[in-house]
Design a protein around this ligand. Sequence first.
Ligand code: NAD
Length: 255
Amino acid sequence: MRLENKVAIVTGAANGIGLAISKRYLAEGVRLVMADIDADKGRAEADGLSSEGEVIFVQCDVGDKASVDRLVASTVDYYGRVDITVANAGILRTGAFLEVSEEDFDAVIRTNLKGVFLTGQASARQMVEQDPQGGIIINMSSVNQVLAIPQITPYVVAKGGVGQLTKVMAISLVEQNIRVNGIGPGTVATEMFHNNIATDEKALAAVMSRTPMKRPAEPSEIASIAVFLASDDSSYITGQTIYADGGRLPLAYTC
Ligand SMILES: NC(=O)c1ccc[n+]([C@@H]2O[C@H](COP(=O)([O-])OP(=O)(O)OC[C@H]3O[C@@H](n4cnc5c(N)ncnc54)[C@H](O)[C@@H]3O)[C@@H](O)[C@H]2O)c1
């Protein structure tokens, strides 16, 4: 086990990538807090994983400071400290640039950018106070940190911001023994992929034409990066985003 007895918070843990990270962290010996805005699904998943290790569920809206502060306080009440935080919760709204509503823009920035800031800041404040001082923060980004897709303007803007946030946090917290890194997945085979892209021949062809490996990532392939970044195997890495994209970013164009 690579993370034995480490206390970890994973946001957006009720589904998809966050759920895969939760499962993998428990297998690595983590004492886990699964956090999500969806209390029914989150609680059910945490109950289902209780035979795998020590896990609790805390309902949290990452866009709300008081809610995030309560998440960290609940974690400290229960486990005594926070060693690892994965700011993973995120949402997607689609639409052409000229049609993007103020509401959609605000909603995506609130969850995907402000949520990552609030989660990281509250976690870091605890990591600075505790003894021994320090910890690991992992921000879930996307290839859209650097790649623009016109149909998802607010998402692209938020993920671009997450990339800079990761760098600023890493530099700000280096002396307090806190490492901060990002993960930038390409397309991942979560429920959203199976329900929308995989069943739509045109959408699937469009994604795969930009993916040299010709397949989406499994959520477990993203979870393994979250283990690496939380472990001492990545002890000299901070302020970086690791892209797991099946070769998508290196691809200039298809013929
Ligand atoms: N699936 C992909 O292809 C893909 C690719 C690149 C990056 N990502 C990123 O990975 C992360 C997880 O994505 P996923 O595909 O697993 O999505 P998902 O929709 O399966 O899971 C996201 C989870 O976040 C929760 N959530 C939403 N708003 C929240 C809030 N305000 N507070 C707390 N929890 C909230 C949802 O309830 C859900 O359980 C996101 O940041 C996403 O941008 C996903």
